[in-house]
Each structure stands twice: as C-alpha cells, then as structure tokens.
Design a protein around this ligand. Structure first.
Ligand code: SF4
Length: 342
C-alpha cells in the first residue's frame, strides 16, 4: 500500500499530474419504451482519449466552449468522478490502485475552487467554520490549532481583519469576498494541486483581476500546481503557463501559452483567439468565430470533430480523424492541414 502521508513518491520526474488516454462516458438515460426497443446503449462521450501532464508549480489551462469536456476532465483528474478508461496519476501514483481510505488521504493534497461560491457555501455556516471543515476532515490531530490556521489563511486571501469575518455568513459579504472564502477553504489544507473550475466566471468584472492576482500570488507563495478550467482565453493568458484547447472531448492543440498565442495552428484555436477582446479599437481580427453549436457528444461527427464548423474543411476531414502531432517544439496540434497555419 502506498503511504499518502509521505513526501512525494515520484522522484523520477517532476510531473505532479500525468493523464494518459483518459475517457469518461456517461450512459444516456432513456425511457422504458426506448430501453425495450433499443439494441445498443448510448453514451455521452464527455472526454474521449485525452492525455496531458502538469509539472510541479505549473498552471495548465484547459479551455473550450461549454460542452467541450473540460470540467469533467478536472473532476476525474482529482478523483471526484470515476474514469471510464485510461490512467490518472498523481505524484506517480495511479489513482485507480488506491483504496477509498488512501484516496481520502490523498484528497488533502488536491483541492477545488468551484465556479459559484454561493452554491458551494452553506448559507447557515459561518465563514470560519466553512473554511475549517477541511481541517477537521484531514487534520483532526491538530484540532486545537484550527482556529488560528483558519484566521491565518483568511488574512492571506485578503479577508482582513480575519476575526471580523470569521463569524460572518455568506450573505453578509460581497461576491468577490465569497470567492476569497472558497479560495481560503481550498488552501487551508495546504494542497499541492488546485483544480480551479472557472473560478472567476461568477465574479463582478471589477474584482476579476484582483482574484486572478490573488491566485497568482498564492501560487507563487505556496508553489501550487493548478489545473485551471476556463472558457475564456483572456483569463488563461493572465495565469496559465501552458494551455490545452478542447473541442468535443478531445484536446485539439496544446502548448506553452505564449507559443499558442504567437503561433496558433488549429482553426478552432485561431477562431477562439480572434474572439478575445483587445483594448485597441483599431486592431482588426481576420478569423470569425465558427458558426453553429458544438455537436452532440453522443454522436460526434466522423473524422475531425470540428469539420462541420471548420472553414478550412476538405474531404479527408470527414473521413479521417487527425492525430495530435508535434509541429513546433512542444506544440501539438490535431489538424490535417495545420502546416498551412505555421
Ligand atoms: Fe478543419 Fe480539417 Fe483541420 Fe479539422 S482537420 S480543423 S476540419 S482543416
């Protein structure tokens, strides 16, 4: 059995997270009549063969439209959902080899910042107690120190003076402050990996930059590793070191963030980048956002999944699925014609 309390096991390399060929399919709920007459079970292919690695201290962003599978990947990566196939390793340990107790201990090292702080905080629980909960689960042996630990982390995230906020309730503070509570709750157990799932999407525009600044500062101070889920490449640019672009359950492009901004190679990435607002009103963008909705993940399009929306699609695109291949150093893209965008 693996001792999850020990210091990192994976001395062979410096990857904290390694995900290989991950799949997550959800069975489609059908009615009684459909169950009688249908011969095959149908599945929503939320995540369909996704691989990536995250170095210690790195921020990997996963970006894509709603329905691209990014949130599901995050949840499976930290063990909140079971995978259908593939492998997820944390610090060199395959999560599927762990007992429930081992997984519970490991969760102390992986925490989540959810999108909607109002939904993730109990309205009847004081802020101090909400933050304290994780300590009570993961560090019962240090019970006497919990209040001080909570006050310390509240100060760190800008809920100061912490004693003033400790006994307040979620409805007595602003939306931005609630998100700071959620960040404090994630950090109080001293995690190594933080899954940040659209962490500023619900915040007022006026406080988004402050929250991003706070996360960057905390990441540097505590050497945190982030899996940062976003639909917004402007947000990703602010915090991510590396970014994977997702489309319909697959990574279509992945590289360092600066490289992708400078040399996007997939038509979908090019369109997403063109949709990012720029402060200069005279700057003109060349590529329109692809029209149409993201297709049904129960019956994804044949070949390249992006072909029904791609302005560059050719016959082969509907017939053959493009492989993710390295076109520039460390820059992988899944498009038959990516060379023409180099
Ligand atoms: Fe477009 Fe074809 Fe490239 Fe897919 S493989 S992104 S359809 S050009």
């Amino acid at each position: 059995m693996t001792d999850m309390n020990n210091t990192p096991q994976n001395n062979e390399n410096d990857y904290l997270v390694e995900v290989e060929h991950l799949k997550k399919y959800f069975p489609v709920q059908t009615g009684f009549i459909d169950q009688i007459f249908s011969t095959e079970k149908e599945f929503v292919r939320a995540v369909d063969d996704v691989s990536f690695k995250i170095r210690r201290g790195e921020v990997l962003g996963l970006a894509g439209e709603s329905g691209s599978g990014k949130t599901t990947i995050g949840r499976v990566t930290i063990g909140l959902e079971e995978k259908t196939a593939g492998e997820v390793k944390f610090d060199g340990v395959d999560l599927s080899t762990l007992s429930n107790e081992e997984l519970r201990k490991l969760r102390r090292r992986m925490q989540v910042i959810f999108q909607d702080p109002m939904a993730s905080l109990n309205p009847r629980m004081s802020l101090g107690n909400a933050i304290r909960q994780g300590l009570e689960i993961h560090y019962p042996e240090t019970k006497d120190q919990h209040r001080d630990m909570v006050l310390g982390v509240m100060e760190k995230v800008g809920l100061a003076p912490a004693k003033f906020y400790y006994n307040k309730f979620p409805n007595q503070i602003s939306g931005g402050q609630r998100q700071r509570v959620v960040i404090a709750r994630a950090l109080v157990t001293k995690p190594e990996l933080v899954l940040a799932d659209e962490p500023i999407a619900m915040a007022d525009v006026s406080v988004r930059a402050q929250l991003l600044d706070l996360m960057v500062q905390l990441k540097n101070e505590f050497n945190l590793t982030f899996l940062f889920i976003t639909h917004d490449l402007a947000t990703a640019k602010y915090i991510c070191d590396k970014i994977g672009i997702l489309y319909l359950g697959k990574i279509v492009e992945i590289s360092d963030l600066r490289e992708i901004y400078a040399h996007p190679l997939h038509p979908y990435t090019i369109a997403l980048l063109a949709a990012v607002p720029v402060p200069d009103p005279h700057e003109r963008r060349q590529e329109p956002m692809p029209s149409g909705e993201i297709p049904n993940p129960i019956h994804p399009p044949s070949g390249c999944r992006f072909h029904p929306r791609c302005p560059y699609a050719q016959e082969i695109c509907a017939l053959e699925e493009p492989e993710l291949r390295e076109l520039r150093p460390g820059h992988l893209v899944a498009c038959h014609f990516a060379e023409q965008f180099k």
